[in-house]
Design a binder for this molecule. Sequence first.
Ligand code: 8YV
Length: 333
Amino acid sequence: MPNPRPAVLVARAVYPETLAKLRAHFEVEDNPDDTIWSAPELTRRLQGKAGAMTTGSERVDAAVLDANPQLRVVANMAVGFNNLDIPAFTARGVLATNTPDVLTETTADFGFALMMAAARRMAESEHFLRAGRWKKWRYDMFAGSDVHGATLGILGMGRIGQAIARRGALGFGMQVIYHNRSRLPAEQEAPIGARYVDKATLLREADHLVLVLPYSPQSHHAIGAAELAQMKPSATLTNVARGGIVDDAALAQALKERRIAAAGLDVFEGEPAVHPGLLAVPNVVLTPHIASATDRTRRAMADLAADNLIAALTGGKPPTPLNPEVLAAGGAA
Ligand code: 8YV
């Protein structure tokens, strides 16, 4: 018989409604101060817990799992799950879940906006105005590069990549090229006229390159000095995926030397720290990992994470499992 009221840990501050929903089923330890716990602190607080709700700031690996053999499920309030060691979860029969789909369009909106802001130099020109430096108009003042009709390059053509590509193709008349681990079926390529290319072609031909691939050891520094050198000097680079996919030091140098025109970054290697070289150059728009941050979407993410946790621990069907083989083997509840 499963415990009628299992204990769960909610590792970061979340909506009061989400906590109330969880409290209807579980004994909940939450984190009202929103402290980011160290690994030993997280490990300690997980003692006796059957489930946990995490965000990207909590790393749950083999050591954390081994210290908490009672843990059945971790529900990550994010679509990305590089903070969870999924093979370690699966090997121990622990379920992991994420929050796909509910954030796709919101994140695509933001990715597109960041790309446009970089191309049209919005942040740079706004800072100029606020600093009181706008004394007269000039023909070439903050002349950027066009988005409409340009070539949009997407690295990582998953749900969010496709949503950004739709905006470009259908809203802005852009030619879409993409590179991905696998090519999309023709019926998905056709409506947006997307052309599958190798990575070198993507780097060489894109006017605006947007990164939307998952972070893994394979994608670490997928964009470094060598890749930046292959891009057009007029090109922009936008990252709404994960820090670490771009070598931030190499990017700062390329921006400083104008080897690419501009960048839009929502994620950083080692965030919330930001490479000082990026802070020092004007031609980059910097935002603090907020691509999914609309009220409606963040609530939907919290709700989906809670639904996963509840289903997993009450004998239901978790909506978005990352390692469904654990469920097939009779795991979670
Ligand atoms: C989250 C994200 O806000 O879903 C993701 O993968 O990067 C963001 O939407 C962040 O990871 C907090 O969990």
